[in-house]
Design a protein around this ligand. Structure first.
Ligand code: NAD
Length: 471
């Protein structure tokens, strides 16, 4: 049981203004495994004041020194990796081995990488008679979701701090523990007061107070379209910059000349990572109509290899979903797919033999029509829709027939053909022929997947504003 009864701001653990708390539930055992304060508007106000005060000095800390603080923070997180991974496996249901690598080791590395990015950043440029200077934007209010809780926090905190901004972050109610552990690490290294501030609580209370606070200069939000719309409108009222990393319904377009034995298993693995609770997951697999049945056979065979079970068991690839609500939403979509007439070829319900925990069988629907609800809405669970298409142009049209535009994939026998198709996809990321995830590449959405970019050196740009000095 990991219990925190205080928020973290102004360089110290601070009592909450009230006594209300949020229980953190294990998605595998359904037991309470943690507790954090349910903060209030008053807690937000205090934390923002600390961040505003901290900004005055942090923004003037020499760049090299800021880089060293990030490296110290990453080093202080390293011994905490097992503890953080365990907490996230409970909160989100992520299999422990995947949680260790992807949910924790990767973001810890990213903290240190931002030290390198800021050292390499060009902050001044002469244009004609002007000196154009990049300056930190100020206090950044950050709000994060539960599916990759440390990663999403670090995607905001590391570049913001590197750029010279200070941060107040509100973690998701379902998965707040890793961010508190990050605050412990920050405290241990003596990160200057007001630089990193954490207030936990509900989105409608703490989240909205943070977005609307007059002393918050910028908002960086990751979550659903619904909450993102509210956040953007509140930020708009305050005329403040907002970055939105929202949902997705990404398409994997398998071309007729692709090596199906490689492409289809890769597509299944991508869709099912973190039990489908991944914003960029390729949840729509588009295959040529003439090879549909071959794709279905390969996909179901691959799915059978992904063992569902206890996230703490080494053999497990897929754990439970994060909450009972998430499980019920996903089961509702599976029912919807059945009613719409898609062909259920694998999974389709709660698994036998796992009565405790929010488990849903990994599920594949075949013969899905592009207009079906299961092909249009973000399910955020282990559900793959296989959609047959006619010509290549038809495939591209279906891939782009989405309100979202976060990620996608294309696979062809040749790089040239895959690249030509990738250029036509209206999404922020496209992987061709199994191209690996690249931490240096900017990540973010087109359309209702949001705006603004995270990851890599370009993420720093979000946290600067430009000043032109004429000389
Ligand atoms: P959510 O929108 O319900 O919550 C996200 C965060 O916003 C939480 O901290 C929540 O408390 C807060 N929030 C909720 N209402 C708010 C309000 N009115 N004002 C301010 N804050 C508010 O989303 P979720 O269920 O936690 O996460 C799943 C969603 O996040 C999915 O749609 C997923 O695709 C998306 N996501 C996107 C990315 C990306 O990089 N694009 C990454 C991960 C998750």
């Amino acid at each position: 049981m990991k219990s925190y009864d205080q928020h973290y701001y102004d360089g110290a653990w601070q009592p909450s203004s009230g006594t209300a708390t949020i229980d953190v539930i294990s998605s595998a055992t359904e037991a309470v495994v943690g507790r954090v304060p349910r903060g209030s508007i008053e807690d937000v106000d205090r934390a923002v004041k600390a961040a505003r005060c901290g900004f005055e000095s942090w923004s003037r800390v020499p760049l090299e020194e800021r880089a060293q603080w990030l490296e110290k923070l990453a080093a202080a997180m390293k011994p905490r990796v097992p503890e953080v991974a365990e907490a996230i496996s409970h909160e989100v249901g992520t299999a422990l081995s995947y949680a260790t690598k992807v949910q924790v080791e990767f973001p810890v590395t990213m903290i240190a990488m931002n030290a390198r990015f800021i050292r390499g950043a060009k902050l001044e440029e002469e244009l004609g008679n002007s000196l154009v200077v990049k300056e930190p934007i100020g206090v950044v209010g950050c709000i994060t979701p539960w599916n990759y809780p440390l990663h999403q926090a670090v995607c905001k905190i590391a570049p913001a701090l590197a750029a010279g901004c200070t941060v107040v972050l509100k973690p998701a109610e379902l998965a707040p523990l890793s961010v508190f552990m990050l605050a412990e690490a920050a405290h241990e290294i003596g990160l200057p007061a007001g630089v990193l501030n954490i207030v936990s609580g509900e989105g409608r209370v703490v989240g909205e107070a943070l977005v609307g606070h007059p002393d918050v200069d910028m908002v960086s939000f990751t979550g659903s379209v619904q909450a993102g719309r509210r956040v953007a409108s509140l930020a708009g009222d305050g005329i403040k910059k907002v970055c939105l990393e929202l949902g997705g319904k990404s398409a994997f377009l398998v071309l007729d000349d692709a090596p199906f034995d490689k492409a289809i298993p890769a597509g299944v693995n991508n869709c099912m990572q973190n039990s489908g609770q991944t914003c960029s997951a390729w949840t729509r697999m588009l295959v040529p109509r003439s090879r549909h049945d071959e794709a279905v056979a390969l996909a179901t065979a691959q799915l059978a290899k992904l063992t569902l079970g206890d996230p703490f068991d080494a053999a497990t690839r897929l754990g439970p979903l994060a909450s009972s609500r998430q499980r019920d939403t996903v089961l509702g979509y599976i029912e919807q797919g059945r009613k719409e007439g898609a062909t259920l070829v694998a999974g389709g319900g709660r698994p036998a033999g796992l009565p405790t925990g929010y488990f849903v069988e990994p599920t594949i629907f075949a013969n899905v029509a592009p207009g079906m609800v299961i092909a249009q809405e973000e399910i955020f669970g282990p559900v793959l829709s296989i959609i047959p298409y006619g010509s290549e142009a038809d495939g591209v049209r279906i891939a782009n027939d989405s309100i979202y535009g976060l990620a996608g994939g294309v696979w062809s026998a040749t790089r040239e053909r895959a690249l030509a198709v990738a250029r036509q996809m209206r999404t922020g990321q496209v992987d061709i022929n199994g191209g690996r995830f690249n931490v240096l590449a900017p990540f973010g959405g087109y359309k209702k997947s949001g705006f603004g970019r995270e990851l890599g050196p370009l993420a720093l740009e979000e946290f600067f504003q430009l000043k032109s000095i004429q000389q």
